[in-house]
Design a protein. Structure first.
Length: 199
C-alpha cells in the first residue's frame, strides 16, 4: 500500500486529496492519501503534494511546526514532491514579488528556478486557459493569483509555457506547476506525477 501525503497547513488541501485519490483509483493502484500536519505524518508518506494557498503563511507554519528542515531533507534525499501555485513558490531557490521585489519569506529552496509571485495579477485577475503540457497533451489550467517561473537552471525540464512565462517544470524528484489542476475534474497531471515520480 502506497501512502501519498498532502501538506495540510493551509490552502486547497481537500481538493488535492480528492484528486490524488481519484488518480490512484484510475491507475488501479492500492494506496491512501493522508493529510500531513506534523513530523510523524511527514515521515510516514512516500510522496507529498504541496497545495496552492498563501506561500508566506505555509512557510511560516512549516517553521512554527519545525517541519521546514525535515521536509527540505526528505526532498533532498529524493522524496517525490508535487507542488502547485504556492507550493511552487515554497520550493523555488529565488522568489520575487511582482510589486514588492525580494520577499525574504521562508522557503525550501530545492528547485532551481526563479519565481515571481502574483505574476498574472491579483485574485480578480484569475483565469482559465488550455495549455500544452509535455507528456500529457492539452490541459485546462486554472490560474488564481498565480506565480510564474522567469528563470530555470540547467537541470530543469520545462513542461508547459504560457506566453513568455514558464508555468510547469520538473527537476529530479520534483514536479511544480504555477496553476491548479486539483480544482478541475481532470486528474491526468496527478496521474502523471504518480506514474513518473512515485510508482
Amino acid at each position: 500500500m502506497i501512502k501519498i501525503g498532502v501538506l495540510a497547513l493551509q490552502g486547497d488541501v481537500e481538493e488535492h486529496v480528492k484528486a490524488m485519490e481519484k488518480a490512484l483509483e484510475r491507475l488501479n493502484v492500492n494506496g491512501e492519501v493522508l493529510e500531513v500536519k506534523n513530523l510523524e505524518e511527514l515521515l510516514s508518506v512516500q510522496a507529498l503534494a504541496i497545495p496552492g494557498g498563501e506561500s508566506t503563511t505555509i512557510g511560516k507554519l512549516l517553521v512554527r511546526r519545525n517541519l521546514l528542515e525535515p521536509l527540505k531533507d526528505r526532498i533532498t534525499l529524493g522524496m517525490p514532491v508535487f507542488a502547485t501555485c504556492a507550493g511552487l513558490i515554497l520550493l523555488a531557490k529565488q522568489i520575487r514579488d511582482r510589486v514588492v521585489g525580494e520577499t525574504n519569506q521562508p522557503s525550501l529552496g530545492v528547485l532551481d528556478v526563479e519565481v515571481v509571485r502574483n505574476a498574472f495579477g491579483r485574485q480578480r485577475e484569475s483565469f482559465e486557459v488550455d495549455l500544452e503540457f509535455k507528456g500529457i497533451g492539452l490541459v485546462r489550467a486554472v490560474f488564481i493569483r498565480a506565480p510564474a517561473i522567469t528563470k530555470v537552471g540547467n537541470s530543469v525540464d520545462v513542461l508547459s509555457r504560457l506566453n513568455d512565462y514558464i508555468v510547469a517544470v520538473r527537476e529530479g524528484n520534483i514536479l511544480a506547476l504555477a496553476f491548479h489542476p486539483e480544482v478541475t475534474e481532470d486528474t491526468r497531471i496527478h496521474e502523471f506525477f504518480l506514474k513518473e515520480f512515485v510508482l
